[in-house]
Write a protein that binds this ligand. Structure first.
Ligand SMILES: CCCCCCCCCCCCC/C=C/[C@@H](O)[C@H](COP(=O)(O)O)NC(=O)CCCCC
Ligand SMILES: Nc1ncnc2c1ncn2[C@@H]1O[C@H](COP(=O)(O)OP(=O)(O)O)[C@@H](O)[C@H]1O
Ligand SMILES: [Ca+2]
Length: 554
C-alpha cells in the first residue's frame, strides 16, 4: 500500500499530554510522544499501538474551534508557571468522529487538541474542513419525514434528541415534516416536494413509513420519466436521491438488514458520512394493474395472516406481532394455489450457499456491472418465449419472497440469511402443509443458528419473477374456460364441482407487502435490480482490518 503524503504534522496536547498529530488525506492520527519513545523498537500486537489513535478522515463528522478550557488558559487570575509543553497550549479544536461500539452500532466520539498558537489551531481546523469538503458524497440538505405514530410513538422524540444534534453538528440543513395522516409523506413526495433542493430523504419510522417514502420517490421518478408503472414489462427508472432510515417503528427490518442494528444514532452517522447502498425493488401487479413495490418481505399465508390480525391490535405497539404470531401459529391455516417462477441464472449464488451479503458484497457488485451493460434485464416476454418458468402447485402454510435477508431483532439472521440487497433477485420460500410441530421447528430456526430451509416441507428458490394464483381463482378461470368451450383441465373442473357440492369456499390469505396488506391474492412480481439507494453500507464484517502504517482500522 502506498503511503499517503502528510498534509499536517504538529505536536499538540490532548488532556495535558503531548501527542504527535498527523493528517493525510485518508487518516488523522495522534500518538503519545512519551509512550512512543518508551516502546521504540518493541513490537506491539493489536489493532492500535499503545498511546496511538487514528480516525479515517471519511469518518470525521465535524471539526470545531473550541473555547479553550485548558488548565493554562489566561483567566486573569493567578496561574502556575508552565512546567511542561502541555501547560502552554492555550488554543483548542475538537474533532468529532465515528467510533464503532457493540453489534454494528456507531456513536459520535470526540477528541480535543490544544495548541500553543492560535494560527496553528486555525490551520488545523481549516485543513480538516477542506478535506471534509472534498467528500462530495456527503449530504448537505435533507428532507425529513417523521411518523409520530409508528412503533412506540417515539419518532419525534428520537429525531429531536438523538438525530437532529448530529445533523446540526455536521452542518446539514434539514426541512422536517411530521406526518399528519397515513400516506402524507408518499403523496407529498410524489406530487409536491421540490426534490432539487435536497441531497436525500430521511424517514423516521418503521418499515411501513419507509415503504411510503420509497413509493413516493419511485413513483415520482417514473412519472417524470414517462414510465408506465402498470406494465410489468417496463424497465423502471432508478432514483437518484438516497433514503436514510432512522428506525422508530415496530420491526424496522429494512434498517436492521442494511445497517446491522436498529440504533437511531448509528443510522444518523451513516447518513452524515454519505454512505450509499443500492437496493432491489419488486413491483407487484395484478393483471395489468400495478399494486405496490416491495423491498423486504412479500408473504402469503403465515405472515399475511399475522399482519391482518395485528392491524386490529395496533394500539399494542410492537407487541401486537407477538400476540398475532402465536394466534396465527395456533390456527395452522394452509392455502392452496399455484406458484410459477423464473429462476435466477448466472453467478447469483443460491439461497442456501451461506454467502451472506455484507459491505462491498461481490455478488451485488457483479449485478451492478451486469446492469450497466444491460445483462440482467429479462423482459417478461423474453422469459415466456424461452418457456423457462417452473410451476409448483400445492398446499402451503406460507409463501414468502425475501428480496433481502429480512434480518430484524426477532430474527437476527432473517427469513433468508443469504439473500442479497442488490443482486436483482428475491428468494422464494415455499413452506408446504406440515404438522404444527414441524412448522414450529421451522419458525424457531429463524431465531437460532440452525438452517430453516433444512426441512422436507420447505423449498427455496432464487428467482427474478414469480406469480401466484390461489386455487379458487384457478377454478374461476376454469369456469370461464368451460363456458367458452375450452377443454383439457379436467382435474380443476373436478375440484370446482367438489366445492359446489360441499358448499365450502377454499380459504384465502392476504399478501403482507413490507407490512402493508395487498388488496389482491393473485399477483405477478418482478424484481428490479438496484432501483433505489439508501444511506447505508450493508452490514460490516466484524473483522477489523489494520492499516500497516497508522495501525488504524480501515
Ligand atoms: C413461534 C416463534 C415465531 C418466531 C418467528 C420469527 C420470524 C420473524 C421473521 C420476521 C421477518 C420480518 C420481515 C419484515 C416485515 C415487516 O415489513 C413488517 C412491517 O414492519 P413495521 O412496519 O416495522 O411494523 N413486519 C411484520 O410483518 C411482522 C412479522 C412478525 C412475525 C412474527
Ligand atoms: N401521521 C400518521 N398518522 C397515522 N398513520 C401514519 C401517519 N404517518 C404515517 N402513518 C402510517 O403508519 C403506518 C405504520 O408506520 P410505521 O412507521 O411503519 O410504524 P410500525 O413499524 O409501528 O408499523 C404506515 O403504514 C404509515 O403509512
Ligand atoms: Ca435481492
Amino acid at each position: 500500500m502506498e503511503k499517503q503524503s502528510r498534509l499536517l504534522c504538529s505536536e499538540l496536547c490532548v488532556q495535558s499530554r503531548l501527542y504527535e498529530v498527523t493528517l493525510n488525506c485518508a487518516i488523522l492520527a495522534w500518538k503519545d510522544i512519551q509512550i512512543a519513545k518508551k516502546h521504540t523498537g518493541r513490537a506491539i500486537y493489536g489493532a492500535v499501538k499503545a498511546g496511538s489513535y487514528c480516525v479515517p478522515v471519511c469518518e470525521i463528522i465535524a471539526v470545531q474551534e473550541k473555547e479553550d478550557d485548558s488548565p493554562c488558559k489566561n483567566t486573569g487570575k493567578w496561574q502556575k508557571v508552565p512546567q511542561s509543553p502541555a501547560d502552554s497550549c492555550q488554543h483548542a479544536f475538537t474533532v468529532f468522529y465515528v467510533e464503532r461500539t457493540r453489534q454494528h452500532c456507531w456513536w459520535c466520539n470526540n477528541v480535543t487538541f490544544h495548541c500553543s498558537e492560535h494560527s496553528l489551531c486555525l490551520l488545523w481546523v481549516q485543513t480538516i474542513r477542506e478535506q471534509l469538503a472534498l467528500m462530495t458524497n456527503r449530504p448537505k440538505s435533507l428532507l425529513v419525514y417523521i411518523n409520530p405514530y409508528g412503533g412506540k410513538q417515539r419518532g419525534k422524540q428520537i429525531y429531536d434528541h438523538k438525530v437532529a444534534p448530529i445533523f446540526s453538528r455536521a452542518s446539514i440543513s434539514t426541512d422536517v415534516i411530521v406526518t399528519e395522516r397515513a400516506n402524507h409523506a408518499r403523496d407529498h413526495l410524489k406530487t409536491e416536494a421540490d426534490l432539487k433542493k435536497y441531497d436525500g430523504v430521511v424517514c423516521v419510522g418503521g418499515d411501513g413509513m419507509f415503504s411510503e417514502i420509497m413509493h413516493g420517490l419511485v413513483s415520482r421518478m417514473q412519472q417524470e420519466a414517462g414510465v408506465d408503472e402498470n406494465s410489468i414489462e417496463e424497465t423502471l427508472m432508478p432514483c437518484g436521491l438516497r433514503i436514510g432510515i432512522i428506525p422508530a417503528g415496530s420491526t424496522d427490518c429494512v434498517c436492521f438488514a442494511t445497517v446491522g442494528s436498529n440504533d437511531p444514532v448509528t443510522s444518523a452517522l451513516h447518513i452524515v458520512v454519505g454512505d450509499s447502498q443500492p437496493m432491489d425493488i419488486c413491483s407487484v401487479h395484478n393483471e395489468d394493474r400495478f399494486l405496490r413495490y416491495s423491498v423486504s418481505l412479500l408473504g402469503y399465508g403465515f405472515y399475511g395472516d399475522v399482519l391482518t390480525d395485528s392491524e386490529r391490535k395496533r394500539w399494542m405497539g410492537p407487541a401486537r406481532y407477538d400476540i398475532s404470531g402465536v394466534k396465527t401459529f395456533l390456527s395452522h391455516r394452509y392455502y392452496e394455489g399455484t406458484v410459477s417462477f423464473l429462476p435466477a441464472e448466472g453467478n447469483l449464488g443460491t439461497p442456501r450457499d451461506k454467502m451472506q451479503c455484507r459491505t462491498g458484497c461481490s455478488v451485488c457488485r457483479q449485478s451492478s456491472s451486469d446492469k450497466l451493460v444491460g445483462k440482467n434485464e429479462d423482459s417478461v416476454s423474453d422469459a415466456e418465449c424461452q418457456d423457462t418458468w417452473t410451476v409448483i402447485r400445492g398446499k402451503f402454510l406460507a409463501i414468502n419472497a425475501a428480496s433481502m435477508s429480512c434480518a430484524c431483532p426477532r430474527s437476527p439472521k432473517g427469513l433468508s440469511p443469504s439473500a442479497h440487497l442488490a443482486d436483482g433477485t428475491t428468494d422464494l420460500i415455499l413452506v408446504r402443509k406440515c404438522s404444527r410441530l414441524d412448522f414450529l421447528r421451522h419458525l424457531l430456526r429463524h431465531t437460532n443458528k440452525d438452517d430453516q430451509f433444512d426441512h422436507s416441507f420447505v423449498e427455496v428458490y432464487r428467482v427474478k419473477q414469480f406469480r401466484f394464483t390461489p386455487r379458487y381463482q384457478e377454478c374461476d378461470s376454469e369456469v370461464d374456460l368451460r363456458d367458452s368451450g375450452a377443454t383439457g383441465k379436467r382435474f380443476l373442473s373436478q375440484i370446482c364441482r367438489e366445492h359446489r357440492a360441499c358448499g365450502c369456499m377454499p380459504s384465502q390469505s392476504n399478501w403482507n407487502c413490507d407490512g402493508e396488506i395487498l388488496p389482491h391474492t393473485a399477483i405477478q412480481v418482478r424484481v428490479h435490480c438496484q432501483l433505489i439507494k439508501l444511506f447505508a453500507r450493508g452490514i460490516e464484517e466484524q473483522q477489523v482490518f489494520e492499516d500497516p502504517y497508522t495501525h488504524c482500522a480501515i
